[in-house]
Design a protein around this ligand. Structure first.
Ligand code: EPZ
Length: 421
């Protein structure tokens, strides 16, 4: 599939206001959760992203009716006439595996093809499977397929070896209709888990503790459709904050939950940026060259791995030497080679990258290898001298809504080129 490219002219100071869209990583589990109730649920402020379109295709394949009305997505999960998702649909996005929990709770069986690894890591599912098995689910893995079934889900005391976001979400969604109480210990604490808890409870579930490391779910007999507005995307917001800093701009970012961005705000203040918090927006002003610092990615509320590539772009042209340690994914340095093409001085040893800041990055031909690597290169291009051609921007479309439009309004010079145009 030929992919679109951006042509970006750097050194344009960004000024003005940009509004953050709904969170991709909350929208995906919320869409899966609508499978739990017969009837029509409404989700508001779901972003128009490639990954969301893909999840809608999965729901439609299962028999749901899905309709978009402006900012509202209306999902009728009444007629679930299928419980298996074919290879093609599964392969395109790992988060399709979030239908495991809901389908087991609603239909008692599900078959998916094991989602492939991706650029950033092998993406295992052992914690999902171990937790579901503790709830009484039988699992058969064969020929790259995962088939799972359960006559009756039973509450259990589940301990996650790693605080996996997806595993926490899948086990939560299976447990809401199980007999008895489920505890999930060492649960992921991301804001997206809290958003899912809030939606499930609106549907009649009894979930408590999201945001802490022990979740308690008291099973109920049935759930009912509900309406919910997805939280804002903290990773999109953080990306825009870096754009403001890297172009020595003055940008106000609207639709932000400041406490979801604490590690990002702390680090940007450390580099010397002026950050002003208002109740649902953040103003970022930067004058002069940034100072380098070290980062270690950790599960929430630690520094988010999804902001690591974007910070590396920023640190590539900061003063001094910075060290980034990526503790979550084993292969999330794909953007290093591309940043080097723009003049960045980076060496990688295993999960550690050492960045020697350069005065300025240079425009070059580069390509996105995955969503956040693409975002990092987009930011680097905004700050680089002259022009950058960024290939494979369809990766960026997976996680950023209307990116070029939003940035043109801030004064960026970015143009999307569609091959064979
Ligand atoms: C979610 O992925 C996000 N995606 C990712 O965002 C994010 O990087 C990740 O959480 C970590 O914060 C969505 O929410 C759709 P994990 P997920 O299970 O749930 C290991 C983006 O750019 N692990 O928390 O797949 C795994 O190998 C994407 O928006 C197991 O060992 O992440 C990894 O090292 C990229 N066994 C760590 O846990 C398992 O069964 C975290 O993975 C599951 C995971």
């Amino acid at each position: 599939m030929t992919m679109d490219r951006y042509v970006i002219t750097g050194k344009q100071r960004l000024e003005g206001t940009i509004r953050v869209s709904g969170a991709k990583n909350s929208s995906l589990p919320l869409l899966a959760a609508t499978l739990l109730a017969e009837g029509t649920s409404t989700l508001l402020e779901i972003p128009a992203l490639a990954d969301i379109t893909h999840m809608i295709e999965v729901l439609e394949h299962l028999g749901c009716g899905v309709m978009r009305q402006d900012e509202a997505l209306i999902i009728n999960a009444g007629l679930l006439d299928s419980w298996d998702v074919d290879e093609g649909l599964m392969r395109q996005m790992r988060a399709s595996n979030l239908i495991l929990g809901p389908l087991l709770a609603r239909r008692g069986r599900v078959k998916i093809s094991r989602p492939g690894g991706c650029a950033i890591g092998s993406r295992p599912m052992d914690q999902h499977i171990k937790g579901l098995q503790q709830l009484g689910v039988k699992v058969k893995e064969k020929h790259g397929y995962i088939e799972a079934w359960a006559d009756q889900l039973q509450g259990a005391d589940v301990y996650l070896d790693v605080p996996s976001v997806g595993a926490t979400e899948n086990i939560m969604m299976a447990a809401v209709l199980a007999k008895g109480t489920t505890l999930i210990r060492n649960a992921a604490r991301e804001p997206e888990i809290v958003d899912l808890q809030n939606f499930l409870n609106k549907m009649g579930a009894r979930v408590r503790g999201a945001g802490m490391d022990v979740l308690r779910i008291d099973g109920v007999d049935a759930l009912y459709p509900a309406e919910h507005t997805v939280i804002a995307d903290r990773i999109e917001a953080g990306t825009h904050m870096i754009a403001a800093v890297m172009t020595e701009g003055d940008v106000t970012i609207e639709n932000v939950v400041p406490e979801h961005l604490e590690p990002v705000i702390a680090k940007l203040r450390q580099t010397g940026a002026q950050i002003t918090l208002l109740d649902d927006s953040v103003r970022v002003q930067q004058r002069g060259r940034l100072k380098g610092f070290d980062i270690k990615t950790m599960p929430y509320p630690g520094f988010p791995t999804d902001m690591q590539p974007q910070f590396m772009a920023m640190l590539s042209c900061a003063e001094g030497t910075s060290i980034i340690t990526e503790t979550i994914f084993e292969n999330r340095f794909q953007h290093v080679d591309e940043l080097r093409r723009m003049g960045a001085q980076i060496t990688v040893e295993g999960r550690t990258a050492v960045i020697r800041g350069v005065e300025t990055l240079e425009g070059a031909f580069v390509e996105a290898t995955d969503l956040r690597a693409g975002a990092a290169l987009f930011l680097a291009a905004l700050a680089a001298e002259e022009a950058t051609v960024l290939e494979k921007v369809n990766y960026i479309d997976r996680g950023y809504e209307d990116l070029e439009e939003k940035y043109r309004r801030l004064g960026a010079k970015v143009r999307r080129v569609i091959p064979n145009e």
